[in-house]
Design a protein around this ligand. Structure first.
Ligand SMILES: [Zn+2]
Ligand SMILES: [Zn+2]
Length: 444
């Protein structure tokens, strides 16, 4: 077992210094040849009629092998494979996966990483059946999350789902994943620099719950990934394992904390806005982790710029006084079409533009400015070093490289503050009254 996994598992079920007991029910079976344990896993659930779900790519990557394994031990199964390698996670995909499932199925085995897992997690929640995911690429950290990212009624949203009871990460399968998917996994880990930094800032400004031990676990996972990422290019299995273990750590850390703070911050919201434009207008989208890496680079540059400003109470109050919510909602609608409505409705509940609440936050920000700077200095690497790292790996460093019009980036950043009720960089910039000039100055 890797050091990352050891640290991760050690925390399970123990009382933490934050006062909580962090628990996680799923079991991760990782390593070379891990898939061979599948028949035994099925038997351990007392199941006899597995339903195997895959798509055309993941079936070739591991689905065939799953079928062979079950044949060899005489386990009868039903199998459905989407003949599309670029599935949309929406009603049609979920409905299709449901309708191909036999009524007597007693265990779900999904073979895939992104959409297949998101879809199977919804099936698992509604059927209450045991669920096993056979990972085919170390590309993102959604394996263990309790929600699925889908398009519902034309709007990109998170719906409740249930994470797998068993996650199988067979290194022999993962190492054969396309290089781009592995790089996306690295990108999803780079995001964690920002997420931990923003978690601490939100703890300081808003009094949000924070756990230093979970943060430390994530920092360690990020360090391991950045040290070994270059070896991914030559397909070194140790590096592949590290990325998979680190991503698992990201998603389990979210379970431990009960919130997404350990693994996602504004960089994820930048990626969400790009996805929303894709769903609404058919704009180009890239793999989640690749978009998150870009979001990380944009954010790092802005945090660096933030270190050079002096917060001014007058400027902040004047900006917020003149901020017109209706005007901003109009801008959101033109940027994101009907998917803006969910964000506008969210603001009505959370009241982030409430002027009194702003004054309260501003007082704390002004008082604790030195501590905020200290957090930024402690948590974030330089934008230059990450840009160099991304370039060496072959990750895109400019949003136009993934097919997004560069002139949209300021608005994409502005909209990233409206995605969830979470205090992230654009919220801090709004509180300081400098968000517009920072957005306009983005150069990535
Ligand atoms: Zn803790
Ligand atoms: Zn992610």
């Amino acid at each position: 077992m890797s050091m990352i996994m050891e640290k991760l598992k050690k925390m399970n079920g123990t009382v933490c210094s934050c006062g909580r007991t962090h628990t996680f029910q799923s079991k991760i079976i990782a390593g070379s040849g891990a898939l061979r344990e599948l028949p035994q896993i099925i038997k351990s659930f007392g199941a006899e009629n597995p339903y195997i779900l895959s798509d055309i790519n993941t079936f070739t990557a591991a689905g065939e092998e799953v079928c062979r394994l079950l044949d060899s031990v005489g386990i009868k199964y039903s199998s459905f494979s989407f003949d599309d390698g670029h599935l949309e996670p929406d009603e049609k995909t979920t409905g299709s996966a449901f309708m191909h499932m036999r009524a007597d199925c007693d265990i779900i085995i999904a073979v895939g990483s992104g959409v297949i897992n998101d879809t199977a997690k919804i099936l698992a929640l509604h059927t209450k059946l045991p669920y096993v995911i056979v990972a085919t690429a170390p590309s993102m950290d959604g394996y263990a999350s309790m929600t699925s990212s889908v398009t519902l009624d034309g709007i990109k949203t998170s719906v409740p789902s249930r994470c797998a009871d068993i996650i199988i990460g067979d290194t022999d399968i993962l190492a054969d994943a396309p290089e781009k998917m592995m790089l996306a996994g690295v990108g999803d880990m780079l995001a964690k620099y920002i997420s931990i930094c923003e978690w601490r800032i939100a703890n300081l400004i808003c009094g949000e719950y924070y756990c230093e031990e979970i943060a430390e676990l994530i920092r360690y996972a990020v360090k391991c990934v950045t040290e070994q990422a270059h070896a991914l290019k030559s397909g070194e299995k140790e590096a592949v394992t590290t990325v998979f273990d680190a991503l698992s750590t990201g998603s389990i850390a979210m379970n431990y904390a009960g919130i997404s703070r350990p693994a996602s911050g504004v960089e994820h919201y930048i990626s969400h806005v790009i996805d929303m434009r894709g769903a609404e207008f058919g704009d180009a989208v890239e793999l989640h982790g690749i978009q998150c890496a870009l979001g990380t680079l944009v954010s790092l540059k802005l945090y660096e710029k933030l270190k050079n400003i002096t917060p001014a109470k007058d400027r902040a109050l004047k900006y917020v006084e003149s901020f017109d919510v209706e005007l901003w909602n109009g801008k959101l609608r033109s940027l994101l079409g009907k998917s803006a409505e969910g964000m506008i409705a969210l603001e009505k509940k959370e009241g982030k533009y409430d002027k009194q609440k702003h004054r309260d936050r501003l007082e704390i920000i002004l008082q604790k400015w030195d501590e905020i700077l200290e957090i930024i200095n402690e948590e974030l690497p330089s934008a230059d070093s990450i840009e160099k790292f991304m370039t060496e790996l072959g990750l895109p460093t400019c949003i136009s490289e993934i097919g997004t019009d560069k002139s949209l980036l300021p608005d994409i950043f502005l909209a990233s503050k409206d995605i969830r009720d979470k205090y992230v960089l654009p919220r801090l910039l709004w509180d300081l009254g400098i968000i517009d000039e920072f957005a306009e100055g983005i150069n990535t």
